[in-house]
Design a protein around this ligand. Structure first.
Ligand code: FES
Length: 539
């Protein structure tokens, strides 16, 4: 290393005065971003922190001392000693002019627009615009509800030509479907000769400041002011994109990305965004199912847990714990999987496997592992090997070495050939399962517990890169419902005559005491953006 070279290249900080308030900023960063970082409320449309600067809307204008004309702050770099005025009469007049121009041809169809309530045009017009229109000419007519993609609609009349969506398609999805055609007051947003069907197409609706781009999935479903937002993590692949679950009347209405620069910036894929219907699936198992002499019947949770504990104890005495195999779930949280590991240890289980579905991936956000917490289960030491032990477990079942199975995974039923799995499951002396639905393959199970989805519980997932992130309960389960972690805990209590509870801080204490990979993390510091496992584990 050259003499005098620094280990880190920390950006130089400069100081800028904005309306008399001194703010600190990184030298060279956009003035608008510096003001937003300082918590100042500066109106803007076309600027987006993850896209190149367009400078087309002109709403972010400010007065800078020493420069005769107003400047757009998104395309002005900060420098030491800059004196900025963002709230003086000249700036206010300019903003009102911009708003008036943008509203000249706007259809004002807010009552039927999905964006109403979170529309930047609506909000800024109310705050900075004029309360009356000076125009008498009819408004320009363009196409409405244009079907431009499998998941997207375009309303050309509402578009304010900020070109965020155009830049997104060029710079992020790199598919370039959208473009502003024609010039001047004839300019119109449209698609080229291909539809807006890229894997991230629905992000264009997130970044559209008005309701020009709408998703078909959310179209005319519910007004946004009714929605409650809960911070969570997308369960659909191991990338662990940060999301907001938007709920109303006990159901999910949409998933939208939540900014986390270390994981997904401000984006998420369409497949993940649309994967929430299974939470409200009417075919979901809602009550434990217990095998009885005359068939299978619904059972109270307490009865089902006692029955599962008795069956496991009997099996252990008859065959020994080594004859029981376990299938871990990559959809359960770290805490649930830790408790499942404790249960399996108490039973003497040695052979464990994990079934993870694999599918389409790209070099951006979409990962091949189609579950949120495969890495977490591996870090806990529950499974090992290239296939997470699945082939070995299945052949041990086929040779008779394994005579009973505790299955926590829906994915196993999709991953393994149905006829092969049917033969394996048929041979088992004991089968206990946690599943979303009652599957015919589980007909022989002594107990099937309904599993709890990511939207209905608290806990953590570990993404593919080892980042531990919190999920939060967005939908309350029905009265008396027990999560998978609570079921494992209660079975363990039966077997070991103890009175443990499934409480996250206590599980984290236990994970630390037992020297797991999570030992050096603190549960309280995980929110809101997660903590990388490896970094924390370095001395
Ligand atoms: Fe600066 Fe649009 S945000 S010109």
């Amino acid at each position: 290393m050259a003499a005098g070279a620094k280990l880190t290249d920390a950006p130089k900080l400069v100081h800028v005065s904005v309306d008399g308030k001194l703010i600190e900023a990184r030298e060279g960063e956009p003035l608008l971003q510096a003001m937003l970082n300082a918590g100042l409320d500066i109106p803007h449309y076309c600027y987006h922190p993850k896209l190149t600067i367009d400078g087309s809307c002109r709403l972010c204008q400010v007065r800078i001392e020493g420069i005769p004309k107003l400047q757009i702050s998104c395309n002005t770099q900060v420098r030491e000693g800059m004196v900025v005025h963002a709230a003086d009469p000249e700036v206010a007049l300019a903003r009102r002019g911009v708003e008036e121009l943008l509203l000249l041809n706007h259809p004002l169809d807010c009552p039927i627009c999905d964006k109403a309530g979170e529309c930047w045009l609506q909000n800024y017009a109310m705050r900075f615009g004029s309360r009356f229109s000076r125009t008498r000419d009819p408004r320009r007519k363009e196409e409405k509800r244009l079907d431009i993609g499998e998941r997207m609609l375009l309303d050309q009349e509402r578009c304010i030509l900020c070109r965020r969506c155009v830049r997104f398609c060029r710079e992020i999805s790199k598919t370039g479907e959208l473009h502003v055609f024609h010039l001047g007051d004839r300019s119109v947003l449209d698609i080229y000769d291909r539809r807006l069907d890229n894997d991230y197409s629905m992000c264009t609706a997130d970044i559209c400041p008005v309701g020009a781009l709408e998703t078909k999935d959310f179209h005319h479903k519910v007004r946004v002011w009714f929605l409650e937002e809960t911070a969570s993590v997308c369960p659909s692949c191991s990338n662990g994109c940060n999301v907001m679950l938007c709920t109303y009347k006990n159901r999910i209405w949409r998933l939208i990305p939540r900014r986390n620069d270390a994981v997904n910036q401000t984006w998420m894929c369409d497949a993940g965004r649309l994967n929430y219907g299974f939470v409200m699936d009417p075919a979901r198992l809602r009550t434990p199912r217990v095998a009885q002499a005359d068939g299978v019947a619904d059972a109270d949770w307490k009865v089902a847990i006692a029955h599962a504990a008795t069956e496991l104890d009997t099996f252990r005495k008859r065959h020994g714990g080594k004859a029981l195999g376990a299938v871990v779930s990559a959809h359960l949280t770290n805490e649930e999987n830790y408790r499942f590991g404790e249960l399996m240890r108490a039973l003497g289980v040695e052979r464990r496997a994990m079934a993870v579905r694999r599918g389409k991936f790209d070099d951006f956000l979409i990962k091949a592992d189609k579950a949120a917490n495969a890495r977490g289960a591996r870090e806990l030491g529950l499974v090992a090997g290239d296939d997470d032990g699945l082939a070995g477990l299945l052949s041990a079942c086929e040779t008779g070495e394994i005579k009973g199975l505790y299955l926590c995974s829906d994915d196993l039923l999709e991953l393994v050939d149905g006829s092969r799995l049917a033969v394996v499951l048929e041979r088992m002396d004991l089968l206990i399962a946690h599943n979303l639905k009652l599957q015919p393959l589980l007909a022989k199970a002594a107990v099937v517990f309904p599993t709890t989805t990511f939207a209905e519980k608290d806990g953590t997932f570990t993404n593919h890169a080892g980042r531990v992130q919190r999920i939060h309960q967005a939908l309350p389960p029905t009265a008396g419902w027990l999560t998978d972690g609570e079921v494992f805990t209660r079975i363990l209590n039966h077997l070991e005559s103890r009175q443990e509870r499934f409480e996250l801080p206590r599980i984290w204490d236990s994970m630390a005491e037992n020297g797991t990979a999570f030992a050096q993390l603190s549960f309280d510091e995980i929110d809101p953006y997660g903590v990388p496992l490896e970094t924390k584990m370095r001395p």
